[in-house]
Design a binder for this molecule. Structure first.
Ligand code: CP
Length: 334
């Protein structure tokens, strides 16, 4: 096992060596990650707590699968099923769950910084499984893995390679409200890829150029232009729940107009570069940002992204928990 990495709260500001180490670990686990009979035993006797205060299919189930493949047991709480509905704070809930014997907590919730908040009050490592519009680090790691895999840039065993330089990734749609995009801007550009954010000004503001590594982020209003040079096109869901109650029309214009300019239609996908891949973190709104035929088409790696989520989360659990699977985060509450 690797040395303990402690918490994984985000990728913005993380050292690139840690990102490569996490990807190396994911590559180690990839061959067995989706084998239901696999059990490495590395986290045998450990318990991982999944605290999901916001809905999830992919992230929650793949963290559960990852923990089980490593030999850990899992306890899941969240939604309306916790005592938060009776007035308990998130911090008290997290400390309560930790005291049941958790070796790590995986947190998803709508408040920005919820995972950071929990990490301040518990002693075990905390992994951010998506906090509001802020960060979704394991999603970005699996996205980087999918790009590297499709373009022959996987790491060499133990070599910390993962060099995406020379590749262009388009992130299209509601970039402004996307935690996936924020983590990806950090992750993809630190590995050397260029990222072009595409959308109308309200969804892809010019200020996005200030994120990621200097000189590697661009903003464009012209999807057709970007499609001709993108090696990967990552479509994003319209995150209506994060638009602060603004009506759909004020954000998108009309759905017809939005689709005309920014949807990955079957016709547009036909003009992508040879070898370019279609990505989506899910959940998708078929018929809005992406046509069903494209989501299910030959360029699509969308289900591969989901499958890679287990390997990436196995790597994240091992890296955060370290040798023996019982790292502490070294902060208050420990
Ligand atoms: N990509 C992602 O976070 O999906 P879920 O909301 O289903 O976990």
């Amino acid at each position: 096992m690797s040395a303990a990495g402690g918490d994984l709260l985000g990728l913005i500001g993380e050292p690139v060596d840690r990102v490569r180490r996490l990807l190396d670990l994911a590559q180690r686990y990839e061959p067995i990650a989706n084998d239901p009979s696999a059990n490495t035993g590395e986290l045998a006797g450990r318990m991982v707590g999944l605290l999901f205060f916001e809905d999830s299919t992919r992230t929650r189930m793949s963290f559960e699968a990852a923990a089980v493949r490593l030999g850990a047991s899992v306890m899941i709480a969240g939604g309306s099923g916790t005592s938060i509905s009776k007035g308990e704070t998130i911090e008290d809930t997290a400390r309560t769950v930790e005291s049941l014997g958790m070796s790590a907590l995986v947190i998803r919730g709508t408040p920005v910084g919820i995972a950071h908040m929990v990490a301040r009050v518990v002693g075990c490592p905390v992994i951010n499984a998506g906090d509001g519009a802020h960060e979704h680090p394991t999603q970005a790691l699996l996205d980087a893995y999918a790009v590297a895999e499709a373009h022959g840039r996987l790491g060499h065993a133990g070599g910390g390679w993962w060099d995406l330089s020379g590749l262009t990734v388009a992130i299209v749609g509601d970039v402004a409200h996307s935690r996936v995009a924020r983590s990806n801007l950090a992750c993809l550009t630190m590995l050397g890829a260029k990222v072009v954010c595409v959308g109308p000004p309200g969804l892809a503001p010019a200020g996005l150029c200030g994120l990621g590594e200097p000189g590697l982020v661009e903003v464009s209003r012209d999807l057709d232009d970007v499609l001709e040079r993108a090696d990967a096109v990552m479509m994003l869901r319209m995150q209506f729940e994060r638009h602060g109650g603004a009506g759909e029309g004020s954000v998108l214009g009309s759905r017809r107009q939005y689709r005309e300019l920014f949807a990955l239609t079957r016709e547009r996908a036909g003009r992508m570069k040879d070898g370019a891949i279609v990505m989506h973190p899910g959940p998708m709104n078929r018929g809005l940002e992406i046509d069903g035929a494209v989501a299910d088409g030959e360029r699509s790696v969308i289900l591969r992204q989901v499958a890679l989520g287990v390997a990436v989360r196995m790597g994240a659990l091992v890296e955060c928990l370290g040798e023996g699977g019982d790292a502490r985060n070294g902060r208050a509450g420990a």
